[in-house]
Ligand binder design. Structure first.
Ligand SMILES: *Cc1c(COP(=O)(O)O)cnc(C)c1O
Length: 429
């Protein structure tokens, strides 16, 4: 296909010539950055393949079990592979873990006892965790079980407030919760190196404290994971990066033998632990998804960088900005007004392979404290490794954009988002 055929094709899909030309010119400038991302993907791909080979992953492992799921060799192999990839003693990788919040809840509740305290040295925790911990009053929260919480905000330049962190660690402090990704917040995402420094600092004050990293959206963005710089547990969702778009459900916790044993007892039952939990017929998708995860995460990352460049050059604030280094796949664009968010989400939706004909509207999503608008046309419902955008309907009216199983789809989505903004007369150019 000639270049002009491509333009023709996009125009038939509803993209104006001006939007197309602008986006192409932006993409032209990104070749070197994309090459660097491909090189990270290559390292991670080889790492995953090696872990599969080391575990003697075999065809027989792809078939699942039913009932109790005793002696589920496939499930055990997948957990071995995850532990290897994340560089940990053990792993819990289960479709019985319903989502990322559930995985984090298990990790916290399994390793904490009444009287213990959690410290977040990186500011506010993810919205749904506020309910889990009890920062926001919630029936069943850890607060109801006598577990307390402290938070130390990042300094205004995004760095750690070491002084306050030191002063906040006390005899009750049992677990440090470090959220790698910015989540629904306009703050920098942490690099694995920064997380390593923070963990060393915390352990120099209290060596036996458990350092847990909420690793959501960070997996495979770098060549090492937080568990390789001292984290005792890394936790995430399989319908984000590590599921590679194929895992239909699930979560993972990788960590020390003791932490994972506690988690397994919490997930199933004390005494049963990892021994039960039938994999049904999901093992193939979880394993193949992990196999694809390095390149899928790379595609999403390229889409995020493309989006930052497209919108920053039009005068909007982007976090991260168009040039800074990346540590997760999320891109925030601050629009300041709800109309832009609506248009942006309509564009992402209109570019989807599934449900492209629906119009996203804000709704009161469980676990969030304001209405949220979401755009997603995903093969796996709600999977945010697939191209998706969401925005809490509150100041600063920032939209969070992530995913894309292929870069080409992410690019099309961003072009379409700009198209909708242009069509609504919100951009004077
Ligand atoms: C997505 C996410 C979660 C929660 O995951 P769900 O699967 O939506 O429950 C927690 N923390 C961060 C940083 C996330 O991005």
């Amino acid at each position: 296909m000639q270049k002009n055929d491509l333009k023709q094709y996009y125009m038939e899909l509803g993209i104006d010539e001006k939007v197309y030309d602008y986006c192409q010119s932006v993409e032209e400038t990104l070749k070197d950055r994309f090459a660097a991302i491909d090189s990270i993907a290559e390292q991670n791909q080889v790492k995953v393949i090696k872990a599969m080979q080391d575990a003697h992953f075999a065809e027989e492992h792809l078939h699942g079990t039913t009932g109790y799921g005793y002696n589920d060799a496939g499930r055990e192999a997948v957990e071995k592979i995850y532990a290897n990839v994340f560089g940990t003693e053990d792993a819990l990788v289960r479709q019985q873990i319903t989502c990322g919040t559930h995985a984090l809840y298990i990790a916290l509740s399994a390793n904490l006892r009444p009287g213990d305290e959690i410290l977040s040295p990186v500011g506010k925790v993810y919205d749904t965790l506020e309910g889990v911990i009890g920062v926001r009053e919630q029936k069943g929260s850890l607060a109801e079980f006598g577990i307390s919480f402290k938070q130390v905000d990042l300094l205004s330049d995004g760095s750690f407030d070491y002084e306050k962190i030191r002063n906040s660690i006390n005899e009750k402090t049992k677990l440090i919760e470090i959220q790698r990704s910015k989540g629904y917040d306009v703050r920098p995402t942490l690099s694995v190196k920064q997380i390593g420094k923070l963990i060393s600092f915390v352990k120099s004050i209290k060596p036996d404290v458990i350092c847990m990293v909420d690793n959501c959206y960070g997996e495979f963005v770098e060549t090492i994971e937080p568990s390789q710089v001292g984290a005792d547990m890394v936790v995430g969702s399989l319908i984000k990066n590590p599921g590679g778009g194929l895992a239909p459900i699930g979560g993972y916790i990788c960590g020390t033998k003791e932490c994972i044993e506690n988690c397994a007892f919490r997930l199933t039952s004390p005494g049963l632990g990892k021994e039960v939990g039938a994999s049904l017929s999901v093992t193939r998708d979880i394993a193949q998804g992990l196999f694809l995860a390095p390149t899928v995460s790379a595609a999403a990352l390229k889409g995020a960088i493309f989006a930052a460049n497209v919108y920053e050059k039009l005068g909007f604030k982007t976090v991260p900005n168009s040039t800074e280094s990346r540590h997760d796949i999320i891109q925030a664009v601050e629009f300041g007004k709800p109309e832009y968010i609506q248009a942006f989400c309509e564009g992402i939706q209109a570019a989807a392979p599934v449900d492209s004909f629906v119009t996203p509207v804000p709704w009161a999503m469980p676990g969030y404290d304001s209405e949220v608008i979401m755009a997603a046309g995903a093969f796996v419902s709600g999977a945010s490794i697939e191209l998706s955008a969401d925005a809490p309907m509150k100041e600063p009216y920032a939209v969070y954009f992530q995913g894309g199983l292929t870069y080409q789809h992410a690019k099309f989505g961003i072009m379409m988002s700009l198209q909708k903004i242009v069509e609504k007369g919100l951009l004077l150019w």
